[in-house]
Design a protein around this ligand. Sequence first.
Ligand SMILES: Nc1nc2c(c(=O)[nH]1)N[C@H]1C(S)=C(S)[C@@H](COP(=O)(O)O)O[C@H]1N2
Ligand SMILES: [Mo]
Length: 330
Amino acid sequence: MSKRKERGFEHPLSSEITPRAVYEQRRDWLRWMAAGGAGAALAAWAGREAFAQAAPPGKLPPLPGARSTVPGAVTMDKPTAYEDVSGYNNFYEFGTDKEDPARHAQALKTRPWTVVVEGEVRKPGTFDLDALLKLAPMEERTYRLRCVEGWSMVIPWVGYSLAELIRRVEPTGNAKYVEFHTLADPKQMPGLRSRVLDWPYVEGLRMDEAMQPLTLLAFGLYGEVLPKQNGAPLRLVVPWKYGFKSAKSIARIRFVEKQPTTAWMKSAPQEYGFYSNVNPEVDHPRWSQATERRIGEDGLFARKRRTLMFNGYEAQVGSLYAGMDLRRFF
Ligand SMILES: Nc1nc2c(c(=O)[nH]1)N[C@H]1C(S)=C(S)[C@@H](COP(=O)(O)O)O[C@H]1N2
Ligand SMILES: [Mo]
């Protein structure tokens, strides 16, 4: 507790809940105005989601992907509006309010960009973004993403399995875990002035989790390159884990023998474990994880959804955790 205070740790009480209400009020107001106010009130009652901008405005370069055949890669859930996907973000390097990343990340320089791959691999190296873009065929995969804070989205990502990259660098027998370090440049990232996390943002996966074909190295969403606030030029997406495991703007991938200590584990070890699998039966110490709000469904007709075991990907990933006590290894 005192450690959290010292770091100015306020996730998610004051940084999340209030901004969400503020964000939604503002968004609803903008939609109301855009739709012609009172004249559209009836339509708003019929389906307020019609007001959200569903598709990208087409300002970013296209990045198409073929429909993925990986089991579990395409959900039937309706994708969250682009406006929300790119306007309601967690990216603490650019601030802790949900609207900060869209506002402050535009200055991020995403080219040239390199990713250092090192540690327990036979073929370490520095990969240029252009080489990574060509490394494997791009696929479109529509995943649910659930934040530990209790909201979720459905996002049509574009990328390929992280396993494609891992195979090419040939991990040694000592590679038991993979560590992801994201960019930490104080010149470009105003959030680094805050001690909310110990920078750089570090995340990690066990080797078999990293190799699971659903684990996505994402370069785009909605058929375009990633908006900067969503982690351009490349990020991880691990759909059965809480959102914070999906590290944005990756600069370094390190193969290691020992379980990494991640940035969130450092900030509050009793609240954020290494695994962080979505699990409605294991509550966060300060709130329940049994339900979630789908962004775009909040507001007037608020309807909570039940959170699914492994975020609904149990058939694909449940076997990775067979025999593990998921309360202990949270
Ligand atoms: N580098 C970095 N990656 C990050 C974060 C962050 O603050 N910094 N936030 C995480 C959290 S808490 C969530 S819920 C997701 C949000 O991804 P989205 O904004 O694309 O929905 O990104 C994750 N990746
Ligand atoms: Mo999150």
